[in-house]
Design a protein around this ligand. Structure first.
Ligand code: IVH
Length: 675
């Protein structure tokens, strides 16, 4: 640990430094909703201070931030004194620390057998307390410093999920429910999109957006933000009986009409904790909102009582954290990457950093509007986010750490690959290389896309091989792929006779892919898989599609004037017509689409929302489409069915208000079976 080997004086100085920094970051996080550093770095500061205080007990001070929670409330809000303090949680960062927690619990309780824990996702949002008096919502408060919070009743009352009146039986006279307010990824993206359109500042992450929305003076601002809540705890309870376990408490909260996590579960001992942690870590990305770990709580509340608490955290609960998805690092340089459609994207070259389970040295900056909005400069310390399979991105800058004279990032006037002019059309955020297929970068990307799994699915034709073939002048267009011969291929670096044979066989299979795949593979702008499928169904051949005018194109589902113009233009360009002719000559004969004849669900439109348990959403989509139905992204009055899984969110509300039939997973299965 960093504490080892310091003189007492050095340790004291370092502890003071750390306390100051922690207090500063506490204010940024809790009071201003504008944290400067990611949570993982804050945790590291706290841990270092804790270690110092452990090793040098003389440094221990009652007012040390290690003994406090959060920050003093902002004076803009009325103060609320918590009858029962709102605690924080101790952290475990690995299995060993988790096992130590479990050992301490059993030791203190004097039990040998495995302890039952209630496992819950650790939501990354804002903790609030909701006070119900005789079943009516009287007051909502933030955690503040744990003793005193801020009165946010006016904003919290706008959350659609929070009942103003509890339902059910045996409602206590005074009940304080505690939970976390958070924003889903979908809500966060929509909010940022709206902010971007209005030229306003975007939010760095859903947590800040949620916290900022609750700590508003004007409730109308809050109302427009898509906020949700899951309740997980109890403050004061009078005039009623308290449940005996955490799981019974969560059930009771649910029965009273308060939203709770659908993922809470009792697990047995450390083994059960391990399994649950692993399971949720695997599902982290598909939950639809940020969680930064799992909270394990001793399930028996009488045991919680006897375990008690130390300074700011209970001894009966712990947060087993997941790897951080945001870290800071230094942006060394920016390179400009040219994509398939010529889009020139600024990409940050970073000091390598371990984030979200991988080492990241490149992260997207999206486009120049984003670069300006976030005011990113070379040499800046930036916040990098890597969540699941999503491309790592720079989400923000730590202005305070900017070196003097840090140069601004400029879009080059010429394509860095082919030297053609870089152009930006009015109203577009994206700048493009005007070289078209004359630009080797665009050629490479077009061929990679053509060969990709969801397009022509050419096994063995990876990105590296395409780079090699294009750079070596062996191919220029997708059609050239089909003219490659065994000797040419076998002669390439890292290719043997066997791989060449396999690739030729894969190319041969690709000659007979379906028309919709071929259409998608051609890479017409704005034509994704769904549109390609609609076009294939409607026109039946490339020839017929090429002859269609914009009016005819717009009759196809999902095709508006912009997409129609892109398709029409594609079939006007000589280079594209030449590629199509050459593909045909090379024996590429797409299968016309099999029309779903009289499928049970022909003509029916579905929307899927929430997480399904028996199948993934894309499986559900495939099944519906195989039966002739159509799956769209948003609920409208044309929607026939909404299939709602766990935590369906706002789409369900919309479906209800439009009178759309709502099915659960079983309902969908029955519909697919019975027709
Ligand atoms: S229980 C007595 N349960 O994490 C323990 N907290 O780091 C008090 N949080 O202040 C908290 N999900 O804002 C608890 N399922 C959960 C939680 C949770 C998120 C937050 C909460 C708390 C912080 C502690």
């Amino acid at each position: 640990m960093a504490a080892k080997g310091k003189s007492l004086q050095q340790a004291r100085r370092r502890a003071e430094e750390l306390r100051e920094q922690i207090a500063y970051h506490d204010r940024r996080y809790h009071r201003d909703d504008d944290p400067e550093i990611p949570d993982a770095e804050y945790d590291a500061l706290r841990r270092e201070l804790e270690a110092l205080e452990d090793e040098y007990p003389e440094l221990n001070q009652p007012d040390s931030p290690t003994r406090q929670v959060g920050a003093r409330p902002d004076s803009a809000f009325a103060e609320v004194r918590h009858e029962v303090p709102m605690l924080s949680l101790g952290n475990a960062f690995d299995e060993q620390e988790m096992a130590e927690f479990d050992r301490r619990v059993r030791e203190r309780l004097g039990v040998d057998e495995a302890v039952d824990y209630h496992a819950e996702p650790k939501l990354d949002g804002l903790a609030v307390s909701l006070l119900y008096v005789n079943g009516r919502l009287e007051r909502a408060a933030t955690r503040g410093d744990g003793q005193t919070g801020e009165d946010v009743t006016h904003t919290v009352k706008t959350l659609p999920g929070i009942p103003h009146k509890l339902k059910g039986k045996e409602i206590p006279e005074r009940l304080e429910a505690r939970g976390e307010i958070f924003m889903t990824h979908e809500g966060f993206q929509q909010l940022n999109e709206r902010a971007r359109e209005a030229g306003e500042k975007t939010f760095v992450n859903p947590r800040n957006a949620a916290a900022g929305a609750v700590r508003q003076l004007d409730p109308e601002v809050t109302r427009k933000r898509p906020l949700e809540i899951h309740c997980y705890g109890l403050g004061t309870l009078q005039g009623g009986s308290a449940p005996e376990t955490q799981s019974a408490l969560v059930d009771a909260l649910k029965d009273w009409g308060l939203p709770v996590s659908p993922h809470g579960r009792v697990v047995k001992g450390i083994e059960g904790c391990r399994e649950y942690h692993e399971e949720l870590l695997g599902r982290r990305e598909s939950l639809g909102y940020d969680i930064d770990g799992i909270v394990f709580k001793v399930n028996r509340r009488d045991w919680q009582q006897s375990l008690g608490q130390v300074s700011r955290a209970p001894r009966w609960a712990i947060a087993w954290k997941f790897p951080a998805q945001e870290k800071t690092t230094v942006l060394r340089a920016v390179k400009f990457q040219v994509g398939r459609t010529g889009a020139v994207t600024p990409v940050a070259r970073l000091e390598p950093v371990f984030v979200g389970g991988a080492t990241v040295s490149n992260a997207t900056l999206h486009n120049m509007d984003e670069v300006r909005r976030k005011d990113v400069r070379i040499g800046d310390t930036v916040i990098v986010r890597r969540a699941g399979d999503v491309i790592p991105e720079v989400v923000g800058v730590i202005r305070e750490k900017r070196p003097k004279n840090a140069p601004e990032i400029e879009m080059p006037a010429k394509c860095p690959v082919c030297g053609s002019q870089v152009e930006r059309e009015a109203g577009e955020v994206v700048a493009r290389c005007s070289g078209g297929l004359a630009c080797p970068a665009q050629r490479k990307e077009a061929i990679k896309h053509f060969a990709s799994r969801r397009a022509m699915d050419i096994d063995g034709l990876g990105d590296k091989l395409v780079d090699q073939l294009v750079s070596g002048g062996l191919i220029e267009t997708p059609a050239d792929l089909f003219r490659l011969d065994h000797d040419t291929l076998a002669g390439l670096e890292r290719m043997g006779g066997k791989s060449a044979e396999n690739l030729l066989a894969a190319l041969d299979r690709a000659r007979y892919r379906s028309l919709d795949r071929l259409l998608f593979a051609l890479g017409i702008r704005e034509v994704g898989e769904a549109t390609a499928a609609s076009l294939a169904r409607e026109f039946g051949s490339l020839e017929a599609l090429g002859e269609a005018d914009e009016e005819a194109l717009q009759k196809v589902e999902d095709v508006g004037p912009v997409v129609a113009a892109h398709i029409h233009r594609f079939f006007q360009q000589p280079i594209n017509l030449q590629v199509i002719a050459e593909l045909e000559k090379a024996g590429v004969k797409p299968e016309p689409p099999a029309r779903p004849q009289g499928g049970k669900l022909t003509g029916k439109r579905f929307v899927l929302t929430g997480s399904l348990s028996g199948m993934t959403r894309s499986e559900a989509k495939q099944k519906i489409e195989a039966a002739g139905g159509k799956v769209t992204g948003s609920v409208s009055n044309k929607t026939d069915y909404l299939v709602a899984g766990d935590e369906p969110g706002s789409k369900k509300d919309r479906a209800e208000s439009l009178g759309v039939t709502i099915l659960d997973e079983g309902g969908l299965e029955r519909l697919l079976q019975d027709g």
